[in-house]
Design a protein around this ligand. Sequence first.
Ligand code: SF4
Length: 443
Amino acid sequence: MVYMYDYHVGKNVMKQTAISFFTLGCRVNQSETAVLQNLCVRAGFKVVDFDAPAQIVVINTCTVTAKGDADTRKIVNKIVRKFPKAKIALIGCQAQLQGDQLAQLTHVRWVVGTAAKMNLPEILKEKRTGRLARVVISPIQREQFSMPPVGRDRHHTRANLKIQDGCDFFCSYCEVPYARGRARSRFYDDVIQAGKELAAAGHKEIVLTGINLGMYRDGALTILDVLAGLESVPGIARIRISSIELKTFNNRIFKKMFPGGKLCRYLHVPLQSGDDSVLRLMDRRYSSADFAAWLQKAHEQVEGLCVGTDVIVGFPGETRTHFDRTYSFLKKEPLQYFHVFSYSRRLNAKSKDMGGTVPVEEISRRSAILRELSRVKRRAYFESLAGKVTDVLFEEEKKGGWTGVSDHYVRVQVKTGRNLANRLVPVKLNHPHDQFMSGQLVE
Ligand code: SF4
């Protein structure tokens, strides 16, 4: 740490190194960035916003698609243009798998893989000579883990709480098990303690995050125990499950979703394809009929449930007939919206050697069709909610009003001069739009 003479206080004071963060990818990355920011503050760094000048800029990378990889380079170039003196640290999934290539990028001084990323503050403080990037990539262990506290997550009203990491499923298109290692869980006591700290810091909604959340285990304890434990924490008004795999979903979770309960009536369950032969090639462990049966049960059990999904377009060998089956499935089944991803060939994934590459233009065409279908279905879902009253947790001011989300994950905007930051308030939903609903406060 450097000291400098401050004429205002008349003595030497510590000169803090300004550090900023940029997060690519999933909610697990977001939750880890929040923890790292807190660790850096405790280690004496001054955390500043990404747009502000900083001596060190950390990018928490993603490698789930080729776009995630390309985004890292784009952000690096942007930083170099805007803050040419900044030193850059690349950490996380892409760093774990492509460390040597990333170390060649301009201004990159550190490359820290998944296993070592929580040691970032110490790594940044090491004495350095020369301009070569320091690359820290080690094997990812399988043990259960605990995590340092996050304090207040300054960038999210709804705080992400990581309870699990890694995956054992090895779906044929995915290299996450290589980038993040095998499935492992955070100690239950550590999870509940983190929930208490987030509640004490003022967070009303906790979003459970993990790579394969339904695989959570601490001895005999499962995600159901985590939900029960967090429900009893004073100050936590809402708990949300971020994304969960069909094959790991415990139907007893439905019992916890009811109006006035703490667990949000919202689930995101990746489908990936509506065609059984493509699902088999993807090693997805379920059929389209399994998924449809689960959806029916889900909506029978939970009134007003919102279910979103992910779908991959252009998996090797996906013919027009396969695609049409996916389209029909998505159109017919009670899914309220979907995220559409173009297939991305990953070097560690089994599908990289599969034949039947779908041309890029065809992938774009199919993706556009599904995105439009998702827009229509989301809009229809919004229309079904018009006139209903629901609690909204408000997050930020927007165009003379405030925006937040309902428990079924509908973005809601109201016009008001009141400050609604982090307030959970009943709202009458009025008008559907493509991406949100407008509403009015119920007083
Ligand atoms: S469940 Fe499949 S897609 Fe999801 S992280 Fe694991 S291997 Fe990847």
